[in-house]
Design a protein around this ligand. Structure first.
Ligand code: AP5
Length: 216
Protein backbone atom coordinates (compact mmCIF):
# COMPACT_ATOMS: atom_id res chain seq x y z
CA UNK A 1 0.00 0.00 0.00
CA UNK A 2 1.28 3.44 -0.93
CA UNK A 3 -0.68 6.00 1.02
CA UNK A 4 -0.37 9.68 1.86
CA UNK A 5 -2.16 11.49 4.66
CA UNK A 6 -3.35 15.04 4.06
CA UNK A 7 -4.85 17.43 6.57
CA UNK A 8 -4.30 20.65 8.47
CA UNK A 9 -1.93 20.76 11.44
CA UNK A 10 -3.67 18.90 14.26
CA UNK A 11 -6.19 17.15 11.99
CA UNK A 12 -5.09 13.82 13.50
CA UNK A 13 -2.67 12.53 10.83
CA UNK A 14 -0.08 11.22 13.29
CA UNK A 15 -2.72 9.69 15.59
CA UNK A 16 -4.31 7.75 12.72
CA UNK A 17 -0.94 6.87 11.14
CA UNK A 18 0.24 5.11 14.30
CA UNK A 19 -2.83 2.84 14.23
CA UNK A 20 -2.46 2.12 10.49
CA UNK A 21 1.23 1.24 11.00
CA UNK A 22 0.38 -1.13 13.85
CA UNK A 23 -2.49 -2.86 12.05
CA UNK A 24 -1.27 -2.93 8.45
CA UNK A 25 2.47 -3.25 9.12
CA UNK A 26 3.64 -0.52 6.73
CA UNK A 27 6.22 2.09 7.74
CA UNK A 28 4.88 5.41 9.01
CA UNK A 29 7.06 8.06 7.39
CA UNK A 30 6.52 11.45 8.99
CA UNK A 31 8.67 14.31 7.72
CA UNK A 32 7.91 16.24 10.92
CA UNK A 33 9.17 13.30 13.05
CA UNK A 34 12.28 12.94 10.90
CA UNK A 35 13.08 16.65 11.22
CA UNK A 36 12.46 16.62 15.00
CA UNK A 37 14.73 13.57 15.42
CA UNK A 38 17.46 15.35 13.44
CA UNK A 39 17.08 18.46 15.61
CA UNK A 40 17.28 16.39 18.82
CA UNK A 41 20.42 14.63 17.54
CA UNK A 42 21.91 17.99 16.42
CA UNK A 43 22.81 16.60 12.97
CA UNK A 44 23.61 19.01 10.08
CA UNK A 45 20.04 18.46 8.82
CA UNK A 46 18.67 19.25 12.28
CA UNK A 47 20.66 22.48 12.50
CA UNK A 48 19.40 23.49 9.05
CA UNK A 49 15.71 22.89 9.73
CA UNK A 50 15.40 23.93 13.40
CA UNK A 51 14.48 27.54 12.70
CA UNK A 52 11.72 26.51 10.29
CA UNK A 53 10.11 24.06 12.71
CA UNK A 54 10.31 26.38 15.71
CA UNK A 55 8.61 29.18 13.80
CA UNK A 56 6.04 26.95 12.05
CA UNK A 57 7.27 27.73 8.53
CA UNK A 58 7.72 25.05 5.88
CA UNK A 59 11.19 23.62 5.29
CA UNK A 60 12.33 24.40 1.69
CA UNK A 61 11.09 21.93 -0.93
CA UNK A 62 14.48 20.84 -2.24
CA UNK A 63 15.70 19.75 1.18
CA UNK A 64 12.43 18.06 2.13
CA UNK A 65 12.21 16.16 -1.17
CA UNK A 66 15.79 14.90 -0.76
CA UNK A 67 15.07 13.64 2.78
CA UNK A 68 11.91 11.81 1.65
CA UNK A 69 13.55 10.26 -1.42
CA UNK A 70 16.36 8.92 0.77
CA UNK A 71 13.83 7.46 3.19
CA UNK A 72 11.74 5.86 0.42
CA UNK A 73 14.84 4.13 -0.92
CA UNK A 74 15.26 2.17 2.32
CA UNK A 75 14.35 -1.52 2.30
CA UNK A 76 11.32 -1.35 4.59
CA UNK A 77 9.55 1.05 2.19
CA UNK A 78 9.52 -1.68 -0.49
CA UNK A 79 6.42 -3.19 1.05
CA UNK A 80 4.60 0.14 1.05
CA UNK A 81 4.49 3.34 3.10
CA UNK A 82 2.26 5.78 4.82
CA UNK A 83 3.51 9.31 4.24
CA UNK A 84 2.42 11.75 6.96
CA UNK A 85 3.08 15.45 6.37
CA UNK A 86 4.51 14.98 2.88
CA UNK A 87 3.79 16.24 0.28
CA UNK A 88 2.87 19.69 1.50
CA UNK A 89 3.34 21.77 -1.62
CA UNK A 90 2.60 21.26 -5.29
CA UNK A 91 6.35 20.95 -6.02
CA UNK A 92 6.61 18.16 -3.42
CA UNK A 93 3.57 16.35 -4.87
CA UNK A 94 5.06 16.48 -8.37
CA UNK A 95 8.42 15.25 -7.04
CA UNK A 96 6.69 12.34 -5.33
CA UNK A 97 4.89 11.41 -8.55
CA UNK A 98 8.25 11.41 -10.35
CA UNK A 99 9.94 9.28 -7.69
CA UNK A 100 7.11 6.75 -7.69
CA UNK A 101 7.15 6.57 -11.49
CA UNK A 102 10.91 5.86 -11.39
CA UNK A 103 10.25 3.06 -8.90
CA UNK A 104 7.40 1.72 -11.07
CA UNK A 105 4.89 2.35 -8.31
CA UNK A 106 1.71 4.36 -8.00
CA UNK A 107 -0.12 6.03 -5.16
CA UNK A 108 -3.07 3.97 -3.89
CA UNK A 109 -4.83 6.71 -1.99
CA UNK A 110 -4.54 10.19 -0.55
CA UNK A 111 -6.47 10.16 2.71
CA UNK A 112 -7.65 13.64 3.53
CA UNK A 113 -8.59 14.06 7.19
CA UNK A 114 -10.90 17.03 7.19
CA UNK A 115 -11.36 19.10 10.37
CA UNK A 116 -12.69 22.67 10.59
CA UNK A 117 -9.95 25.14 11.45
CA UNK A 118 -11.64 26.41 14.63
CA UNK A 119 -11.07 23.16 16.55
CA UNK A 120 -7.36 22.89 15.69
CA UNK A 121 -5.89 25.42 18.10
CA UNK A 122 -7.34 23.55 21.11
CA UNK A 123 -6.10 20.23 19.72
CA UNK A 124 -2.56 21.47 19.19
CA UNK A 125 -2.05 23.44 22.38
CA UNK A 126 -3.41 20.47 24.40
CA UNK A 127 -1.22 17.87 22.68
CA UNK A 128 1.44 16.04 24.72
CA UNK A 129 3.90 13.46 23.37
CA UNK A 130 5.94 10.72 25.05
CA UNK A 131 9.69 11.46 25.01
CA UNK A 132 10.51 7.75 24.89
CA UNK A 133 8.04 6.07 22.52
CA UNK A 134 6.40 9.00 20.71
CA UNK A 135 2.81 8.14 21.65
CA UNK A 136 0.54 11.17 21.28
CA UNK A 137 -1.95 12.27 23.96
CA UNK A 138 -4.28 15.19 24.48
CA UNK A 139 -4.93 16.80 27.86
CA UNK A 140 -8.71 16.67 27.27
CA UNK A 141 -9.49 14.39 24.28
CA UNK A 142 -7.02 11.57 24.95
CA UNK A 143 -5.51 12.04 28.42
CA UNK A 144 -2.98 9.61 29.92
CA UNK A 145 -4.08 7.70 33.03
CA UNK A 146 -1.46 9.52 35.13
CA UNK A 147 -0.80 13.18 34.26
CA UNK A 148 2.52 13.68 32.47
CA UNK A 149 3.29 9.94 32.21
CA UNK A 150 2.97 7.68 29.14
CA UNK A 151 0.46 4.81 29.55
CA UNK A 152 2.51 2.55 27.29
CA UNK A 153 6.09 2.94 28.58
CA UNK A 154 5.90 5.29 31.63
CA UNK A 155 8.01 7.82 29.67
CA UNK A 156 7.78 11.54 30.36
CA UNK A 157 5.30 13.57 28.28
CA UNK A 158 6.39 16.85 26.69
CA UNK A 159 4.87 19.65 24.59
CA UNK A 160 6.21 20.27 21.07
CA UNK A 161 8.03 23.63 20.68
CA UNK A 162 5.74 24.52 17.74
CA UNK A 163 2.53 23.87 19.67
CA UNK A 164 2.52 27.40 21.09
CA UNK A 165 -0.32 29.71 19.99
CA UNK A 166 2.06 31.86 17.92
CA UNK A 167 3.67 28.96 16.00
CA UNK A 168 0.29 27.27 15.50
CA UNK A 169 -1.00 30.47 13.88
CA UNK A 170 1.94 30.45 11.44
CA UNK A 171 1.45 26.73 10.71
CA UNK A 172 -2.22 27.28 9.90
CA UNK A 173 -1.26 30.16 7.57
CA UNK A 174 1.34 27.98 5.86
CA UNK A 175 -1.37 25.43 5.14
CA UNK A 176 -2.46 27.61 2.20
CA UNK A 177 0.48 25.99 0.33
CA UNK A 178 -0.90 22.52 1.07
CA UNK A 179 -4.62 23.12 0.46
CA UNK A 180 -4.31 22.88 -3.38
CA UNK A 181 -3.18 19.27 -2.98
CA UNK A 182 -6.74 18.22 -2.18
CA UNK A 183 -7.76 19.09 -5.75
CA UNK A 184 -4.49 17.75 -7.12
CA UNK A 185 -5.24 14.28 -5.77
CA UNK A 186 -8.97 14.54 -6.46
CA UNK A 187 -8.06 15.12 -10.11
CA UNK A 188 -5.84 12.03 -10.02
CA UNK A 189 -8.87 10.07 -8.76
CA UNK A 190 -7.16 8.90 -5.53
CA UNK A 191 -8.58 11.31 -2.93
CA UNK A 192 -10.62 9.83 -0.05
CA UNK A 193 -12.04 12.25 2.51
CA UNK A 194 -12.47 11.28 6.16
CA UNK A 195 -14.41 13.25 8.75
CA UNK A 196 -11.71 14.06 11.33
CA UNK A 197 -14.06 15.78 13.75
CA UNK A 198 -15.40 12.50 15.10
CA UNK A 199 -13.84 10.73 18.11
CA UNK A 200 -10.45 9.13 17.35
CA UNK A 201 -11.76 5.53 17.16
CA UNK A 202 -14.58 6.54 14.78
CA UNK A 203 -12.09 8.31 12.50
CA UNK A 204 -9.97 5.18 12.52
CA UNK A 205 -12.94 2.94 11.56
CA UNK A 206 -13.44 5.12 8.50
CA UNK A 207 -9.71 5.06 7.64
CA UNK A 208 -9.55 1.30 8.19
CA UNK A 209 -12.50 0.52 5.95
CA UNK A 210 -10.97 2.58 3.11
CA UNK A 211 -7.65 0.73 3.48
CA UNK A 212 -9.28 -2.71 3.68
CA UNK A 213 -11.01 -2.04 0.37
CA UNK A 214 -7.60 -1.28 -1.20
CA UNK A 215 -6.39 -4.74 -0.23
CA UNK A 216 -9.23 -6.56 -2.02
P1 AP5 B 1 4.36 17.94 11.29
O1 AP5 B 1 5.00 17.22 12.41
O2 AP5 B 1 4.00 17.20 10.06
O3 AP5 B 1 3.15 18.76 11.87
P2 AP5 B 1 1.68 19.11 11.31
O4 AP5 B 1 1.36 18.80 9.89
O5 AP5 B 1 1.54 20.52 11.72
O6 AP5 B 1 0.82 18.10 11.94
P3 AP5 B 1 0.75 17.76 13.44
O7 AP5 B 1 1.77 16.69 13.76
O8 AP5 B 1 0.80 18.99 14.27
O9 AP5 B 1 -0.73 17.24 13.54
P4 AP5 B 1 -1.40 15.85 13.22
O10 AP5 B 1 -2.37 16.03 12.10
O11 AP5 B 1 -0.38 14.75 13.09
O12 AP5 B 1 -2.23 15.69 14.56
P5 AP5 B 1 -2.09 14.67 15.77
O13 AP5 B 1 -2.49 13.30 15.32
O14 AP5 B 1 -0.79 14.79 16.49
O15 AP5 B 1 5.30 19.14 10.80
C1 AP5 B 1 5.94 19.99 11.73
C2 AP5 B 1 6.82 20.97 10.99
O16 AP5 B 1 7.84 20.27 10.24
C3 AP5 B 1 6.14 21.88 9.96
O17 AP5 B 1 5.54 23.01 10.55
C4 AP5 B 1 7.31 22.23 9.04
O18 AP5 B 1 8.15 23.20 9.63
C5 AP5 B 1 8.10 20.93 8.99
N1 AP5 B 1 7.64 20.03 7.91
C6 AP5 B 1 7.13 18.77 8.07
N2 AP5 B 1 6.84 18.24 6.87
C7 AP5 B 1 7.17 19.17 5.93
C8 AP5 B 1 7.08 19.20 4.52
N3 AP5 B 1 6.59 18.17 3.81
N4 AP5 B 1 7.51 20.32 3.88
C9 AP5 B 1 8.03 21.35 4.56
N5 AP5 B 1 8.13 21.39 5.91
C10 AP5 B 1 7.70 20.31 6.59
O19 AP5 B 1 -3.28 15.23 16.69
C11 AP5 B 1 -3.16 16.52 17.29
C12 AP5 B 1 -3.80 16.48 18.70
O20 AP5 B 1 -5.21 16.25 18.57
C13 AP5 B 1 -3.26 15.34 19.58
O21 AP5 B 1 -3.16 15.79 20.90
C14 AP5 B 1 -4.32 14.22 19.46
O22 AP5 B 1 -4.41 13.45 20.63
C15 AP5 B 1 -5.61 15.04 19.24
N6 AP5 B 1 -6.54 14.36 18.34
C16 AP5 B 1 -6.24 13.66 17.21
N7 AP5 B 1 -7.37 13.20 16.62
C17 AP5 B 1 -8.41 13.65 17.39
C18 AP5 B 1 -9.83 13.51 17.32
N8 AP5 B 1 -10.41 12.82 16.33
N9 AP5 B 1 -10.58 14.11 18.27
C19 AP5 B 1 -10.00 14.80 19.28
N10 AP5 B 1 -8.65 14.96 19.42
C20 AP5 B 1 -7.87 14.39 18.48
Amino acid sequence: MQIILLGMPGAGKGTQAAQVRDEFGIPHISTGDMFRAAIAAETPLGLEVKEYLDSGKLVPDELTIRVVNERLSQDDANKGFLLDGFPRTLAQAQALDESLAKMGRTLDTALYIHVPQEVLLARLTGRRICKSCGTTYHLVFQPPVEAGVCDKCAGELYQRSDDTEEAVKTRLEQYSQTAPLVDYYRNQGVLQQVDGQQPIDKVYSQVRSILLKLQV
